[in-house]
Design a protein around this ligand. Structure first.
Ligand SMILES: Cc1cc2nc3c(=O)[nH]c(=O)nc-3n(C[C@H](O)[C@H](O)[C@H](O)COP(=O)(O)OP(=O)(O)OC[C@H]3O[C@@H](n4cnc5c(N)ncnc54)[C@H](O)[C@@H]3O)c2cc1C
Length: 665
């Protein structure tokens, strides 16, 4: 594109611009396969410089793309429309490590490994550990909602970010925190791939280093046996810190390149356990029995750090080993409910065979997160086309199996078409409206996440099998549609235990969610439950707890929907995997789903928490269950209606443009 005079931009970033063709070339791509030339690169050294650059772009209507280490695998850093790349690599200070409050404050360019090293010195660690941790940055992790092996036990990046300071598309510097009253804008920003704002400072939860760590490797006669063992382990209430799987092809490649001494089996599982010595010993006993029951032939236990490193080194070097086998490796990413892992692995193998390709399977198996890696020659257009087709077929298979198109690598450019296969049109339209409300000129990382006309359509793709609304859901949907037809305001409540006086004015008709009180899907193997929003919390716990399943939500009076809508405690967001919501115009949609990792578009389900029913009606929720009773606060004060600010109003514009739902004074 033709840029205006760069003088203004040069001034805001103290001359740290790159315009040389060779330098621009190296900022034209990331770890995915595409490429586009930026017009200029800003090497920002402070939040003020990032802000200056965004303001310059906003003033001159120039698109811009934030960049960390450029390791993302979905094309997120490619400047599709040219313009400015804003590199955050120089904002690399660890500002605070507070072991009393267990928080670290860092700039976005801090490399994950550097943070881990600094924390280890004071007896702490940061849970998310992407396999790229040696190079990727915290800003990139936040923008991609990155995962990693340890996320099985600890959850993904979004579960560990306490607050973010971000330069928003209008050039303002804003701080969003998990503690903020009102909707959870922080969760919306995390995973938004730089399309809603640029993180310039991040507050992260840190954890004490575990007392004891043990690594075990088990060899299985078949991949199916290994996948079966993954379900058995989780069902037995053992929650390893990490549970990774590799197939024979991957093991052979690792052993040929950088031998880790792995057994030549059809599949191996790599477990990491942590806790007190007694707890680790108890879990190891259970693991031995469960692995043996699935025919494991070899169970190796690392008893010291050096042996453990050796077992992990094979897993960590897998990508490097694979890249030595071909000019390129396509690193795929998808996620399914855990019990569908065996079916997903079979589908991957048959799809690859149909396209004449050989997949190497590497899974964050405990999370149902699959990475089929396909070595190929990117210089051969015919091979590239086969890889593209195979990859699309695999994504469709995950969707058919009730999963999602990305567990951790994000959508970027590469998976934009797949968004059409996963999401229904109303959900995609809502995401578009959210993007427009926050970035009306569409300058922040344009062309990412949301499908474009050239991405085709969902025609011919087997639709995700969505459960039709229950009778109780239908009657609420129909009533809301009548109100929409009459353009009348409406007010949705649960049991009115939390309704504040400030919302009593101009309230329109009260509609209660209470008739929707059924447990719709209690999936014990997957550790998820889907329930209607009108269920009382005590009813929900009474269904789950006698069977040894726990939901980390406070036991407050009232309905589940009411609790989610007012979010009296920030920890609630960790339990929410999916929501079915109803908008004031009568359209309804599913957001998220039954998978524990899901980075397929904006996290609207978490964003809705704390919105007090002002954005949408929650019809049902899918919750993550735990095999252990969680320590959560149950005695919470009655929440107070927040002051809804500017960013809430922007979301209101996207969700309820006519302002008819749950008005407040
Ligand atoms: C070998 C290999 C292994 C990998 N393993 C994993 C894994 O186990 N788990 C996993 O989750 N990922 C993995 N990845 C993918 C990748 O490393 C992650 O997505 C990582 O979080 C990207 O960080 P980065 O600093 O490289 O970000 P970049 O690639 O530079 O940027 C990623 C996206 O974030 C945006 N962005 C960057 N910084 C900011 C910011 N400060 N504010 C707003 N937006 C920003 C960019 O515009 C882009 O859209 C792997 C990649 C490779 C190559």
């Amino acid at each position: 594109m033709t840029l205006p005079d760069l003088g203004g931009l040069r001034r805001v970033c103290a001359g740290n611009l790159l315009t040389d063709e060779a330098e621009l070339f190296s900022y034209s791509c990331d770890a995915a396969s595409g490429r586009a030339r930026p017009d200029v690169v800003v090497l920002a050294a402070s939040a003020a410089e990032v802000q200056g650059a965004v303001r310059w772009c906003a003033e001159h209507k120039v698109p811009y793309v934030a960049r960390g280490a450029g390791t993302n695998l979905s094309g997120g850093c490619i400047p599709l429309r040219g313009g400015v790349v804003i590199s955050l690599a120089r904002l690399d200070r660890i500002l605070v490590v507070d072991t009393k409050r267990n928080v670290a404050v860092v700039e976005p360019g801090v490399v994950n490994l550097r943070l881990q090293e600094a924390l280890a010195e004071v007896g702490r660690f940061y849970a998310p550990d992407p396999a790229s941790y040696r190079v990727c940055t915290i800003g990139g992790n936040v923008a991609e909602n990155a995962g990693g092996p340890r996320c099985l036990k600890y959850g993904v990046t979004s579960d560990h970010v306490r607050a973010v300071e971000a330069v928003m598309p209008d050039g303002t510097l804003e701080r969003f925190s998990a503690e903020d009253a009102g909707c959870d804008f922080l969760s919306l920003l995390v995973g938004s791939e730089g399309t809603l704002g640029i993180a310039v400072k991040v507050w992260l939860d840190i954890l004490p280093l575990p007392e004891t760590l043990a690594t075990a490797l088990a060899a299985f006669p078949s991949l199916d046996a290994a996948m079966g063992c993954v379900s058995d382990v989780i069902a037995a209430g053992v929650l390893p810190r990490a549970l990774e799987a590799m197939d024979r092809a991957t093991i052979d490649t690792i052993e040929a390149s950088a031998p880790a001494g792995y057994p030549r089996a059809e599949a191996v599982l790599l477990f990491e356990l942590e806790g007190s010595p007694t707890a680790v010993e108890r879990d190891l006993g259970k693991l031995r029995a469960l692995c043996a029951a699935r025919g494991a032939t070899d169970l190796r236990l690392a008893t010291d750090a050096a042996q453990s490193d050796k077992l992990w080194e094979g897993r960590r070097s897998a990508y490097a080993a694979l890249s030595r086998t071909a000019p390129s490796v396509s690193v795929e990413d998808g996620v399914v409910p855990r019990q569908a892992l065996t079916a997903a692995a079979a589908r991957i193998r048959s799809i690859a065979a149909e396209h004449g390709l050989k997949p190497h399977l590497l899974f964050h198996a405990g999370d149902g997160n699959l990475h089929p890696n396909i070595p190929y020659d990117s210089r051969d257009p015919e091979q590239c086309e086969r890889v593209r087709r195979a990859s699309h077929d695999m994504l469709k298979a995950y969707v058919e199996l009730g999963g999602s198109i990305s567990g951790e690598h994000g959508i970027g450019v590469e998976k934009r078409p797949a968004m059409l296969w996963l999401h229904e049109p109303p959900a995609l339209e809502l995401m578009r409206r959210v993007k427009r409300a926050i970035d009306p000129d569409g300058l922040a990382n344009p062309g990412k996440i949301l499908p474009l006309p050239e991405d085709g359509s969902a025609d011919g793709v087997p639709a995700l099998r969505r459960r039709p609304p229950s009778d109780a859901q239908w009657s609420l949907i129909e009533r809301v549609r009548e109100k929409a037809g009459a353009k009348e305001p409406l007010f949705v409540v649960g049991t009115r235990t939390k309704l504040p006086a400030e919302m009593a004015e101009d309230k329109g008709e009260f509609l209660t969610t209470r008739p929707m009180s059924r447990v719709l899907d209690f999936d014990r193997a997957n550790f998820t439950v889907t329930v209607e929003a009108g269920i009382l919390l005590r009813e929900l716990k009474a269904e789950l707890e006698p069977e040894g399943f726990y939901v980390p939500l406070p036991l407050m009076p009232g309905t589940l929907g009411g609790l989610l809508a007012v979010r009296p405690w920030p920890g609630i967001r960790r339990s929410i995997l999916g929501l079915r919501i109803l908008l004031a115009d009568g359209s309804f949609m599913d957001l998220g789903g039954k998978v524990v990792k899901n980075v397929a578009g904006y996290d609207l389900q978490r964003a809705l928490l704390g919105s007090w029913g002002t954005l949408a009606v929650i019809l049902e929720a899918t919750l993550k269950l735990s095999p252990v009773r969680p320590e959560i606060p149950n005695e919470l004060p009655k929440p107070e209606l927040p002051q809804f600010g500017r960013w809430h109003r922007k979301l209101k514009e996207a969700f309820d443009p006519d302002g008819r739902l749950n008005r407040w004074r």
